[in-house]
Design a protein around this ligand. Structure first.
Ligand code: C5P
Length: 220
């Protein structure tokens, strides 16, 4: 059978990662978390004291860090220059800076190239999650899903993950990041014309997983 390529996009807190990992594991596909790659390059910029407000400074070094993503949905890994950054990329500091770094075209072009090469070498196929996968990275994907949820539901899920983080603070930060991601010039967060939109507000994670698995099986 031909490898199946699934693109899952949407704003933060819609359940993209949990859904993508579970679908990939269930169907024996590879998995790529593209947000983790943008977080990883942001971590490198912060660690090397690059001024996040200076897009040309970011552009000048965008090609330097070597980012390697492990694509096993049961054990997704991410390293920068050989350093395991899975923990630090989830911190507040990286989270608050990632939108600025990922808006720089030179950052996007090199990460996009990396994503296409990983997707192209997946033997059985791959589930790729992000913001611009269906629109820009893999426009010929076999299936495109766009996950949405109300701001309240998204903030509640995120603060649950962050264990005890204040709901209002989480909600404000999330809305700000989504606005930055949707408003940037280069490949903004957007639903592809041929994507299937799934509103997860009233659905359990299990229901969302089943819905996507069914849609993939229809394509195979
Ligand atoms: O998915 P996650 O919340 O980890 O993504 C972190 C950030 O990476 C997003 O807020 C966005 O700025 C950036 N991103 C992107 N394009 C993608 C995936 C993530 O710009 N395909």
């Amino acid at each position: 059978a031909q490898p199946v390529i699934v693109a899952i996009d949407g704003p933060s807190g819609t359940g993209k990662s949990s859904t993508s990992k579970a679908v990939a594991a269930q169907l024996g596909l590879s998995y790529l978390d593209t947000g983790a790659q943008y977080r990883a390059i942001t971590w490198w910029m912060v660690t090397n004291h690059i001024d996040i407000d200076d897009a040309s400074a970011i552009a000048a070094v965008a090609g330097k860090p070597e980012i390697v993503s492990g694509t096993d949905p049961r054990d997704p890994t991410i390293t920068v220059d050989g350093v395991d950054v899975a923990g630090p990329i989830r911190g507040q500091d990286v989270t608050s800076k990632v939108s600025a770094v990922s808006a720089v075209p030179e950052v996007r072009s090199r990460i996009t190239e990396l994503q296409r090469s990983i997707a192209g070498s997946a033997v059985t196929g791959i589930v790729v999650e992000g913001r611009d996968i269906g629109t820009t990275v893999l426009p010929d994907a076999d299936l495109k899903i766009f996950l949405t949820a109300s701001a309240e539901a998204r903030a509640a899920r995120r603060s649950g993950e962050l264990k005890g983080a204040d709901l209002n603070t989480t909600r404000e930060a999330l809305i700000k990041r989504d606005a930055a991601d949707a408003g940037r010039k280069t490949s903004p967060l957007a639903k592809a014309g041929d994507a299937v939109e799934v509103d997860t507000t009233e659905l359990t994670l299990q229901q969302v997983i089943e819905c996507v698995v069914t849609l993939v099986e229809e394509k195979r």
